[in-house]
Design a protein around this ligand. Structure first.
Ligand SMILES: [Zn+2]
Length: 171
């Protein structure tokens, strides 16, 4: 069973927020303290409405971070779903999110490095040289002039983001 301190780790917080929204952390927090819980008790403890809790649980379920079993309430004859946090998949999820993010940043970095950019003097659009040339360096939106824009700061920013992720992996 996952210890609750893991929920303070930025990577885990980020992974849960990515797949099930920021308030999924509260749901996971509650679930990781109990062996299993139904959604009504969860909602009550968290002061959330049941619909919201259910939505979060379904999203967590899609990422295989929770399991459930169904039991029949003898009094009402209705089914109750008992949810359980399933942390086996958490590491894999963190890993996947990291890889996706690195891939995304690398693609953007390649694009920035392989192109020269032009920006409308009124800042409404930015485009690579080829497109700017096609439109004779006139903005399609406002007819403003398209000027060369140095993208070194964007490249630097993307490189920093990559370094930061790689540093986090080293921990
Ligand atoms: Zn413009």
């Amino acid at each position: 069973m996952m210890n609750v301190e893991s929920l303070d780790k930025p990577e885990i917080v980020n992974a849960l927020a990515t797949v099930a929204g920021a308030n999924s952390l509260d749901v996971v927090g509650e679930l990781s303290e109990e062996s299993e819980m139904d959604e009504f008790s969860l909602a009550e403890r968290l002061g959330m409405d049941v619909k919201t809790v259910r939505k979060i649980l379904y999203k967590l379920y899609d990422s295989r971070l929770v399991k459930f079993r169904r039991i029949k309430d003898e009094e009402t004859g209705w089914y109750i779903y008992l949810w359980k946090f399933h942390d086996d998949k958490l590491d894999a999820l963190v890993q996947k999110i990291r890889v996706d993010k690195i891939t995304n940043i690398r693609e953007r970095l390649d694009y920035e490095q392989e192109h020269q950019f032009f920006m409308c003097e009124n800042s409404c659009t930015r485009m690579p040289f080829e497109n700017a040339m096609e439109s004779v360096f006139v903005c399609k939106h406002c007819s403003g002039k398209m000027d060369f824009l140095d993208n070194a700061h964007i490249i630097k920013n993307l490189e920093d983001q990559l370094k930061q992720i790689e540093r986090a992996v080293g921990n």
